[in-house]
Design a protein around this ligand. Structure first.
Ligand code: NAD
Length: 356
């Protein structure tokens, strides 16, 4: 397959591309605008593979998209490009509306025109896979109950509202125009190459630097966590074998309270990085409770039974094994972290002729 991936320089997109190039014969065209969240250094291991190509492009640019489709002639689109950080969506929702809604619309229209121009077999085989989040379902009351593919949407943040809107657009393009779409809604991902504004890398890096470990409210919010490489395998399974028009929830069966995640990271660091920064006796002493995020959902939890039953996917990592791998990765890749933290990762754009 020739797969056009959007947002491939981001956290999940780069894991997906490394997985595709490393474990399949498919080729990839990576369409990415390189916002602050896009980091080509996460793709260094595949950058010179003849099956990988990069297109520096905004998904809101319909003409640019049409050219990219014409050049790469994809058999499938995997759409991950998005503004993805909830706190940023509260401070500045405009970019979220633009990329997540307008950008998804531009991509759908480009894909539809391209798909309409395909002949019988290629047209029947084409897939448009939209990658989304469990946050579209909103706050899950109580314990024990889980989000299924038919849970009504009730997004709480500007981020989740724009992702919910993009999910609706994608399903409408299936129902109205017949575009062969697949939608996946996944729980919180964690793992290597995660941008340090997100909880797990933020805690690891702050702890190593002796900085406060900020925890919203009392840290009682519950999230389901999935190791990013398990997500990449699930996405590939869906694009290869999913049924057009269907939605698949993806999750790790790993419900954890935020405070427990932070404590688990501190314990791992005690073992794996026993030399504390100056003035720090125990990493857990750095835990600092901060004012809760407005509109913060208390609990998300995914029922991933459908993808497990129908497509034979299951996560390989437990939370304990995935978290250990993640901490080890950050300890072994301090240079990648330093270049993200001081902004030098964005200067790689200069190599592409794009001034910072
Ligand atoms: P990310 O923020 O790490 O990466 C997003 C990528 O999209 C970046 O490379 C960025 O440069 C690119 N991008 C942003 N705006 C663009 C535009 N207008 N045109 C082209 N490229 C653009 O995000 P992520 O965590 O890798 O998430 C990827 C997708 O998966 C998103 O759609 C997100 O909603 C979804 N998702 C994320 C999680 C999670 O836990 N991170 C969970 C479920 C679903």
């Amino acid at each position: 397959m020739k797969i056009l991936v959007t947002g491939g320089a981001g956290f999940i997109g780069s894991a997906l591309i490394r997985h595709i190039i490393g474990h399949t014969d498919h080729s990839v065209a990576n369409v990415d605008k390189l916002t602050y969240a896009g980091n080509l250094e996460s793709l260094e291991s595949v950058a010179h593979d003849p099956r990988y190509a990069f297109e520096h492009l905004d998904i809101c640019d319909a003409r640019g998209l049409a050219d990219a489709f014409a050049r790469h002639r994809p058999d499938a689109v995997m759409h991950l490009a998005a503004e993805s950080h909830v706190d940023r969506s509260i401070d500045g929702p405009a970019a979220f509306v633009q990329t997540n809604l307008v950008g998804t619309y531009a991509l759908l229209e480009t894909a539809r025109a391209y798909w309409n121009g395909l002949d019988g077999t290629a047209r029947a085989a084409f897939r448009f896979h939209h990658i989304s989040t469990d946050e579209v379902y909103g706050d899950l009351a109580g314990t024990g109950n889980l989000f299924t593919e038919t849970t009504p949407y009730a997004p709480s943040s500007p981020y989740s509202a724009t992702k919910a809107g993009s999910d609706h657009l994608v399903r409408a393009w299936h129902r109205t125009y017949g575009l062969p779409v697949l939608v996946t809604n996944c729980s919180n991902n964690y793992g290597p190459y995660h941008f340090p504004e997100k909880l797990i890398p933020l805690i690891i890096l702050n702890a190593l630097e002796g900085k406060p470990l900020p925890v919203y409210g009392q840290g009682l919010q519950v999230r389901d966590w999935l190791y990013v490489e398990d997500h990449a395998r699930a996405l590939l399974r869906v694009v290869e074998s999913g049924v057009p028009g269907e939605t698949y929830n993806i999750g790790g069966h790993n419900e954890q309270r935020n405070i427990d995640v932070v404590r688990a990271l501190c314990e791992l660091l005690e073992e794996l990085a026993p030399e504390h920064p100056a003035g720090v006796a125990r990493y857990a002493d750095l835990i600092t409770y901060v004012a809760d995020r407005p509109g913060h959902d208390m609990r998300y939890a995914i029922d991933a039974g459908k993808i497990e039953r129908e497509l034979g996917w299951a996560p390989r990592e437990t939370f304990a094994s995935g978290l250990r791998k993640t901490v080890q990765w950050y300890l072994e890749h301090r240079d990648w972290c330093r270049r993200v933290q001081d902004g030098s990762y964005q200067r790689q754009r200069l190599g592409l002729g794009d001034p910072v």
